[in-house]
Design a protein around this ligand. Structure first.
Ligand code: TYD
Ligand code: MG
Length: 455
């Protein structure tokens, strides 16, 4: 590109791939018809050029850097603090993504209330709702003090100026897709606009040492608009997920420069905003049916926390040539594999049966440690035998039907004990690690067949 010339570039609206010419299919993400022509802001290019020439940064010794700067601010929401890696880091940029209506604005308004309650200056910038609409929401949530300031604005330079003038400690931008810079001809929410806005907020966060939350809506493909562009620029990416029709919400860390990822925070949406769910296992198991076949409790590790989850399976005679297999909340291929293991290693003729597996509560689990539970639920439904409702199953299943060891077995068994379970089926190889745990019957199994013998 010639320097100083105003240019137009084509951006893939799905992944942010940049190209000088239009293309039907994006080479980056293989989506069709996603390229849109956008003009690039020449101003930022000029300053960008100058900066690299005249930047005066000195290298510093790692041992001389003090960690005081990275002090954490508590949001007074334990669930959120944990996902953030122990609180909010000053000068960090946090992206909160999620489907529309999932509760992003509600969560952040509650965070603002807590932080303002601690005497910090908070600025909530809304490009989506009017002051009155925010007030109506705030009334449902509770009391707010004068440290929280609201601003309804979509113009990026205006927001930037306000932040520089007000000098708040925490800023919330709701949402990044509504922010608009006049210097860029493309529409709000397009890749260039989102990239420009995020870049501006990144500079503000680092320059003024303030924490900025940005809300990003997720497109129907399941990613934040201009997603990769956004995700690599920010320090932390949190996704707020959950079934809109169920009341609980899960906040998941996807990227975190200041803590572990894959931590989750569990919330419940109530009439007065989001409530933290401190004991997700209890919550996930509420409403579990007693005395029915095909239902078993398993323990999955979510981040650093064990969580008990109910697995339901339904196996019934198929009326069609090709049996139906369906899974909700767990990996489809994994379930097919377990069905094959049951068929081959245990001689269960599931070939002419429909099989459905559901993770109750709508949560998604990927961990292989739930394999044994899924296999036992399938077998229980197939044989129509009830599994003891006080029994939990932990273990990974291999192709030859062996039950393999899993990590963090003690934490899992302790969690089961805490919630009143009386028996625990675990991999035989893990027996040694849990021999000190008393008050719960531990059954070590070597194969799926051994486990199913307990039904
Ligand atoms: P919202 O925070 O506006 O979602 P987002 O910003 O992610 O689009 O959440 C809106 C939903 O939450 C809406 O369907 C109503 C519900 N809600 C409650 O159930 N209780 C409440 O106290 C509030 C404020 C919202
Ligand atoms: Mg909102």
């Amino acid at each position: 590109m010639a320097k100083g010339k105003s240019t137009t570039v084509f951006f893939c609206q799905s992944c942010g791939y940049e190209s000088v010419k239009w293309m039907g299919q994006c080479p980056g993400c293989r989506q069709w018809n996603t390229f849109v022509e956008e003009s690039v802001l020449t101003k930022s290019k000029e300053t960008g050029g100058k900066k690299t020439g005249g930047l005066k940064s000195r290298p510093s010794a790692l041992s001389e850097i003090s960690l005081e700067e990275e002090d954490r601010i508590t949001t007074r929401m334990q669930e959120l603090d944990r996902v953030l890696g122990g609180g909010l880091v000053k000068g960090s940029l946090i992206l909160v993504g999620g489907d529309p209506g999932i509760g992003k604005s509600t969560l952040l308004l509650q965070v603002c209330r807590n932080l303002a309650g601690d005497g910090r200056e908070v600025l909530y910038v809304s490009g989506e709702e009017s002051l009155k609409q925010i007030k109506i929401r705030a009334n449902r949530i509770g009391e707010f003090n004068e440290h929280l300031k609201l601003l309804c604005e979509t113009s990026l330079p205006a927001v930037e100026e306000t932040i520089r003038n007000v000098k708040p400690d925490i800023v919330v931008i709701d949402s990044i897709q509504t922010m608009y810079h006049e210097g860029i001809s493309s529409a709000p929410g397009s890749v260039s606009q989102v990239r420009e806005s995020t870049g501006t907020f990144l500079q503000l966060a680092k320059g003024l040492n303030i924490s900025i939350f940005i809300v990003g809506h997720v497109t129907k493909e399941g990613t934040v608009a201009g997603p990769r562009v956004l995700e690599h620029m920010v320090d932390t990416v949190l996704y707020f997920e959950g079934d809109r029709h169920a009341s609980y919400r899960i906040l998941r860390g996807v990227k975190n420069r200041f803590g572990s990822t894959n931590e989750i925070g569990v919330f419940e949406m109530e009439a007065s905003g989001l409530r933290e769910v401190m004991n997700p296992s209890e919550f996930m198991l509420s409403g579990k049916p007693e005395e029915t076949s095909g239902s078993i409790v398993v323990c999955s590790i979510e981040g650093t926390r064990p969580m008990l989850i109910e697995i339901q399976a339904l196996v019934c005679h198929s009326n069609f040539g090709i049996p139906r297999r369906q899974t909700i909340g767990t990996d489809f291929n994994r379930v097919n594999l377990l069905i094959a293991v049951l068929e081959k290693r245990l001689g269960m003729s599931l070939g002419n049966c429909d099989a459905y597996v559901n993770i109750a509560g709508g949560i998604k689990i990927q961990e292989p440690a739930v394999d044994l539970g899924i296999a036992m639920a399938l077998a229980s439904s197939f044989k129509n035998r009830i599994i003891d409702s006080k029994l939990i199953a932990i273990g990974e299943v291999g192709l030859s039907g062996e039950v393999r060891g899993v990590s963090m077995i003690q934490a899992r068994v302790q969690e089961a004990k805490k919630l009143g379970f009386t028996a625990c089926v675990i991999p035989y190889v893990c027996m040694e690690s849990v021999k000190e745990i008393k008050g719960i019957k531990i059954i070590g199994v070597k194969t799926v067949a051994d486990a199913i013998a307990y039904l």
